[in-house]
Write a protein that binds this ligand. Structure first.
Ligand code: ZN
Length: 250
């Protein structure tokens, strides 16, 4: 769903910040606001990943409608799918949100650069999950440590309303000054936050960091695997399930 009307200016700032790779003609680390390059997911062929349904900065909503503003994150998931923590972190907010489609739950995790296996760039990242059921996430307390791949919630519908297609919205921010975060209520009575030092990041960019950049801007999705050792892994694993496809009989 198109979520935030105020985010357009911030989004454009975020696009300018996106460190797209040097394979493009644009100078490294710079992309003009009028020519955003969309990163696209490339799912492993031996998995049935629950798909993304709307990409970052897209004007197209999952239902075919045009958004009011470029998309501030990615949407995905099938009804009831587990929503997985894409990296280790800490719960910093659990709240009652309402973006105009009805009351729902929102969750924000904080990830340090070190937790993401990164040695440079911003020190703090926030990942926000929307369109959750508040009663499901109410158990998550601020300050709780979260492990990569931990089930945070399950995919629901915006506002829990059957009128809307199921999805979870994930958006990612780098935050320069955490003290600058301010909370307010919108016209629907839902809480929201702003931070003038925050920059939106394409969640797929966070999922691209463990591999070298591709010329076609596709991102090889890394499913979370509970048996894998993620020591040294950079960035995000996929935040939705990717069950293995059954091997073909010989
Ligand atoms: Zn969305």
């Amino acid at each position: 769903m198109a979520k935030r009307h105020f985010a357009t200016a911030v989004l454009l700032a975020g696009l300018l910040l996106l460190p797209f790779n040097g394979a493009t003609s644009a100078p490294s680390g710079h992309v003009t606001a009028d020519t955003p390059r969309h990163l696209t997911p490339d799912y492993p062929l031996d998995r049935d990943c629950s798909p993304l349904t709307s990409l970052f900065s897209s004007w197209d909503d999952v239902d075919g409608n045009k958004r009011d503003a470029p998309h501030t994150g990615v949407d995905g998931g099938r009804l009831g799918d587990a929503v997985l923590a894409p990296a280790p972190g800490e719960v910093i907010a659990v709240w009652h949100a309402d973006w105009g489609w009805g009351p729902e739950g929102a969750l924000m995790l904080r990830h340090t650069r070190e937790e993401l296996g990164l040695s440079d760039g911003p020190k703090i990242y926030y990942s926000e999950f929307d369109h959750l059921r508040y009663d499901e996430i109410a158990r998550l307390r601020v300050g709780t440590r979260i492990k990569r791949g931990q089930v945070l919630a399950h995919v629901d519908r915006p506002g829990g309303d059957e009128e809307y297609l199921p999805e979870v919205h994930l958006e990612v921010w780098s935050i320069q000054d955490e003290g600058a975060t301010q909370w307010d209520k919108n016209e629907h009575g839902g809480k929201y936050w702003v931070n003038e030092t925050g920059h939106l990041i394409d969640p797929l960019y966070m999922m691209s960091l463990n591999a070298s950049a591709r010329r076609d801007h596709s991102v090889a999705i890394t499913p979370f695997d509970a048996t894998r050792d993620y020591t040294g892994f950079r960035g995000f694993t996929y935040f939705l399930p990717c069950p293995a496809l059954k091997a073909k009989k010989r």
